[in-house]
Design a binder for this molecule. Structure first.
Ligand SMILES: Nc1ncnc2c1ncn2[C@@H]1O[C@H](COP(=O)(O)OP(=O)(O)O)[C@@H](O)[C@H]1O
Ligand SMILES: [Mg+2]
Length: 381
């Protein structure tokens, strides 16, 4: 039994040395019609120059209009030939498989199993591959990080049981649309439409929050998660008929609460694994938008900006962290900061016409990544 505690400690030390905030960038392949008229299926304006897979180079080829906002990004090293170089903890080129990507995050799933709170985000413009990364497609090789995380969690179950642990896995799945929480695991649509959800503190002396009247499902087998993902998809598509492409304008949070207790060693642990598919980060113009669309735009811009404010405040060790300025960070407040671990995927579209949005996304990611460096250095002291 001591052996397991030692392993947990060691694993956590390694994770801390790597930094508690990490950033990965993933470029999806060109698909379908996007390939028409192209010489190859790899984007020509995105390069992966280093063998260590940490650098992504964006190249402004002839014909792309320069943009002043991005020219002034100090953190971006701009070399000759209109090249912008970005460095992340890991860069995944278009040919990367879901298996390769999961390999890099599986250590964080292990941390959740060990009783830490973990948040994995997918950030990027609509169509860049966030949902493909998180949920994936089907049950085969293209299945995403959510089903693979659940599989990993179940793969350790027998071992834990044999060591005297009693474990339980509780899943919830919700979306935040226009600062309103919607339960994606409800059985009936009328229930989803009529139930109002609030975020409340679990108790007086904790920062742990819960969502009122939210469906939580105890998962007994790894395959059950596919049923839940399907139910969530149906609940989302119902909402979509009322407001098309709604899913790209909402954040979704898949959460697995892992509880373990061991009567032999008197140990217990609770870990929360959050897999967050963020709303599309494209800069939507507020001017010209009206009514519902304007409200959506403002809410997305506000909540994504607040997410980065929270990360900055944590990195700078500020006394006030503005968790409560948006539903997203309020809900995740006990999973960001402290001993929690965070990873952000910045998903990138390979389309050349998306150059500007790609630059914006990579810029955002670079800011987040700098928090990583700050924190990692502190640990080494
Ligand atoms: N790595 C990938 N390999 C193959 N297809 C992908 C990949 N990433 C995304 N896609 C496909 O590209 C399209 C857009 O991806 P999606 O995940 O829906 O984007 P987002 O959620 O960011 O709007 C989808 O049809 C998706 O299946
Ligand atoms: Mg999506």
């Amino acid at each position: 039994m001591r052996e397991e505690s030692m392993r947990r400690k060691l694993h956590n030390t390694i994770q801390e040395l790597k930094g508690n905030i990490r950033v990965f960038s993933r470029v999806r392949p060109l698909l379908g019609d996007e390939l028409l008229g192209m010489d190859s299926d790899v984007p020509q304006h995105i390069n992966f120059p280093d063998p260590d897979k940490k650098i992504l180079e964006l190249e402004k080829l002839a014909g792309i209009t320069p943009n002043e906002v991005c020219e002034s990004v100090a953190s971006v090293r701009r070399g000759s030939n209109n090249k912008y170089e970005f460095q992340f903890d890991r860069v995944f080129p278009p040919s990367s498989t879901q298996t390769e990507v999961f390999h890099e995050i599986s250590q964080l799933v292990q941390s959740a199993l060990d009783g830490y709170n973990v948040c994995i985000f997918a950030y990027g413009q609509t169509g860049s591959g966030k949902t493909f990364t998180m949920e994936g497609r089907g049950t085969g090789d293209n299945r995403g990080m959510i089903p693979r995380s659940v599989e990993k969690i179940f793969a350790t179950r027998d071992d834990l049981l044999s060591k005297g642990w009693i474990v339980s896995y509780l899943v919830s799945f919700l979306e935040i649309y226009n600062e309103t929480i919607r339960d994606l695991l409800v059985q009936s649509r009328s229930q989803a439409d009529s139930t109002k959800h609030d975020i409340k503190l679990v108790g007086p002396n904790t920062n742990e929050v819960f969502v009122t009247d939210l469906t939580t499902v105890e998962v007994q087998h790894q395959d059950a998660v596919q049923v839940l993902l399907k139910r969530a998809l149906e609940n989302r598509s119902v909402a979509e008929t009322k407001c098309n492409e709604r899913s790209s304008r909402s954040h979704s949070i898949f959460r697995m609460k892992i509880t373990g207790s061991n009567s032999v060693t008197a140990e217990s642990c609770v870990g929360l694994l959050n897999l967050v598919d963020l709303a599309g980060s494209e800069r939507l113009k507020e001017s010209g938008s009206q009514g519902q669309r304007l409200k959506e735009t403002q809410n997305i811009n506000k909540s994504l900006a607040n997410l980065s404010n929270v990360i900055m405040a944590l990195a700078n060790k500020e006394t006030h962290v503005p968790y409560r300025n948006s539903k997203l960070t309020h809900l995740l407040q006990n999973c960001l900061g402290g001993s929690s671990k965070m990873l952000m995927f910045v998903n990138v579209s390979p389309k050349e016409e998306c150059f500007q949005e790609t630059l914006n996304s990579l810029r955002f990611a670079t800011q987040v990544n700098q928090c990583n460096i700050g924190q990692a250095q502190k640990k080494v002291k």
